[in-house]
Design a binder for this molecule. Structure first.
Ligand SMILES: [Fe+2]
Length: 304
């Protein structure tokens, strides 16, 4: 990726106050870091959240907040729901305003996705392999395909004492050059405009219109979902890839395209997060999009 200024082929923790261009830094895979938090979170929001009891059953990995319908899920104690909903609504509002202020070019067309609260200690957490946070992976959403757009997430460590520990590896451009073919990108690309796929898509649309919970994915989305699990299950990758570790201290905020930067969480509890889906067309360097990178490797469109 020689046309991306500052691209070094590794993920860096980049001070947001020194970044010449926030978009360029994020798109090459850097983590944009605000040691002072970047925006104020009211004390009542922090207090409400530190007391929340999360449902630890596997279906709820985090406490989730859906801004579009103003609903919260993943709590044990229903009586807490109203307090948590208020607190998460406020974090979501503040985080979105903050992100829009520093990334106005993305904000014009981004889609607002969910917010989440990660209340459980990550070190030693027992989860099924594909849900484990301590294994390096790039993000993909099973229920919300992005059709080539990108997953931008804003995290805030609201733990007053403990840092959140992250590990990353080389960004998507390098990762895909090494592993996309091994993971089967060519098979996924073959489905791109097959007649079977066209039939399947029209059937999916009809079912979706009828209100059934089916998910219509592009070949890109299908590959990324597979790649997420493939990376977590790949012992050689997990063992041998270069690794960079970061401590995100109490009160800090960081922004990252979690489909560009492979990441794992090794420790920490009490982090808040807001996701937006950024249109590939609004990138400073659209060639940096994981979908564009995979399309170059596959030699065809993966979106339709
Ligand atoms: Fe992730």
């Amino acid at each position: 990726m020689p046309d991306v200024p500052g691209y070094t082929g590794r993920v860096k923790l980049q001070s947001a106050y020194e970044a010449a261009d926030a978009r360029v830094a994020l798109e090459r895979g850097d983590i944009l870091f605000f040691p002072d938090g970047g925006f104020e979170i009211p004390r009542e929001v922090r207090t409400a959240l530190t007391g929340a009891t999360q449902d630890t059953r596997a279906i709820h990995k985090n406490i989730a907040y859906k801004p579009n319908i103003d609903r919260v899920s993943g709590l044990v104690d229903r009586a807490e729901a109203e307090t948590i909903r208020k607190a998460m609504r406020e974090y979501s509002r503040l985080a979105l305003a903050f992100m829009a202020r520093i990334l106005p070019a993305y904000a014009r067309t981004w889609k607002i996705d969910y917010a989440s609260f990660r209340s459980i200690e990550e070190r030693g957490r027992e989860l099924p392999l594909t849900k484990r946070n301590d294994l390096l992976h790039v993000d993909a959403f099973p229920t919300r395909p992005v059709f080539g757009d990108l997953i931008l997430r804003c995290f805030t460590n609201v733990n007053p004492e403990q840092s959140r520990e992250w590990m990353t590896s080389e960004p998507f451009a390098k990762l895909a050059a090494l592993e996309a073919k091994n993971a089967g990108i060519e098979e996924y690309a073959k489905t791109a405009d097959s007649s079977v796929r066209k039939l399947r898509r029209s059937a999916m649309r009809a079912l979706s219109k009828a209100g059934l919970p089916v998910v219509d994915r592009s070949p890109y989305d299908a590959f990324m979902l597979h790649f997420h699990d493939w990376l977590k299950g790949n012992e050689a990758y997990q063992r041998d890839c270069p690794k960079y570790r970061f401590e995100l201290p109490p009160g800090s905020t960081w922004l990252v395209f979690t489909d560009v930067a492979p990441h794992a969480v090794l420790g920490g509890r009490l982090a808040l997060e807001q996701t937006v889906i950024v249109s590939r067309n609004t990138l400073e360097n659209p060639a940096c999009a994981p979908s564009a990178i995979l399309e170059r490797i596959a030699g065809r469109s993966l979106i339709e």
